[in-house]
Design a protein around this ligand. Sequence first.
Ligand code: CTP
Length: 399
Amino acid sequence: RAGALAESLGYNLYIVGGFVRDLLLSQTNLDLDLVVEGDGIEFARRLNKELRGELDIYHEFGTAVLTLEDGLKLDIATTRVEYYSGIASLPEVELGCIQQDLFRRDFSINALAIQLNGHSFGQLVDYFNGREDLERGIIRLLHNFSLYDDPTRIFRGLRFASRYGFKFEPRTKELIKQAVNLDVIEKLSSNRLFTKLQLGLQDKYPIKFINLLKEENILIYISKDIIWDEDKEELATKVAEVLEWLKTLNLSFKFDEWVLYLMVLIWGMNHKQVKEFNQKFNLNKNLSYRLFFTLELDNLISNLKGTQDNSEIYYLLEGCAIEDLLLLLIKDFTLKDKVKLYLEELRWIDIKVSGEDIIEFGYKPGPFFQDALKAVKKAKLDGKIENHKEEQDYLRNYI
Ligand code: CTP
């Protein structure tokens, strides 16, 4: 329908970018970027009349996003040319044809389009040999200033290289090296820099991505205090194993896996360095806590190794987030049974007695209430008492 509509308006319509790349690689990509040789916003409006979705128009960029009922999203833009006036600045935009629109893009493998209207429906538009590069597994920049226009493309390149196992074409490798040596990454705000790191850690092969960051001398821009060596890489390979183990427990947790890679990445920093890292990237509280936790890891592991009673395990682990517990196992998987016991049983154990019971025994509230209730909980954790009645007896005796 979109193709027929474009045809009726006299526009050429194309699907471009990641969708086409991944289609040729037989991989799923539901990121649908459409470009129109014509008035993109007008086309989006007309299309929405037919499809009755929700349309958001961004006049300043000449783009629109059409969200359909089933959640499918279409990004619609007018074919354009971009001119960059300075490193990492926003481009000035002018209308252009599909060839120019493809040429403004980062890599040849992303500069492919498929026409969706008229007689050429389904035809691959490939001005820059993107298809051949895809087949040969090569990442090639389209123009020499690309990385100065937009330094985040360095991170995109590393992400594609790690995701698909592709190699950089020699000239592109050289351009990356030059751009890095000229400190283009310094031009990115710390916020953007962190987002690019995060995207890489969220991608399919985060370890390969980190290795590439190191190889291309980029890690240092994230933090000069990061150590990435064979031991750290070995540790990072354990992330997947521990996540598999977690699945066997049949518990449901909401957490971000990439945070585990980040924790491994910064593990080994001292307090001051972690603090600086959190501040530099203005990380939220939860993420900051996770990174500070890495400082306690070794102590926690040795304490946990020494535990005999369930209550000791409980009180050591009770303040930990799930990411912390997983990091603990990434570092020392021999502790899995204790963590499992905590996750499956201990953390759910609660007592029914309360301060009310102590008042009923004839006492006035005081600080000893807490100690007494904690003693009951400890006894319950250690399996010495089980039901409400036993809790009450224990409490009475304790007091
Ligand atoms: N693009 C670009 N330079 C950038 C970002 C994007 O040239 N810094 C172009 C590329 O042609 C890319 C398209 O815009 O294919 C869409 O970008 P986006 O959806 O962000 O990326 P994808 O290529 O789809 O990558 P991913 O699979 O990681 O989403």
